[in-house]
Write a protein that binds this ligand. Sequence first.
Ligand code: SF4
Length: 158
Amino acid sequence: MLTDCHIYEVDKYDVGNGPGIRTTVWVAGCSHQCKGCHNPQTWKWNQGKPLTVELIDKILKACEDPKCSGLSLSGGDPLFIKNRTGITELCKTFRTKFGSTKTIWMWTGYLYEEVKDLPVMQYVDVLIDGKFMLDQKDISLPYSGSRNQKVIYLHADI
Ligand code: SF4
């Protein structure tokens, strides 16, 4: 088990979180409590499956499919304090295996400025940051739920 990180669910073929067909990992645990959250059932951190080396292998196996364009990390919050070590390991292992042939997209309730120096950020290609704000909800946005959230491309070659 990689610290306290827990995985709520894995979608092997997801078309709703990032470009193309992606493997999406819904991480358990979130402390932001946004009003109108689309996924409040994921707030509790110690539910689902603990992130183990075996589970990482399984997730990366799903990403091997040539149709899969990468890994999406949502939740819950992948950067919830108890998740950080485990998610960093998952991203590092992904990058070692796939290099830059597939991408990592991550959704977090933290602002970019609050998390930009975390070690995991060297592996993330695109970060969607900030809490969901009901009064700024906009269903026309392709990758975020409210207008305050930014889609930040961390690498120029994406
Ligand atoms: S950060 Fe995401 S999962 Fe957490 S409360 Fe806000 S909308 Fe829900």
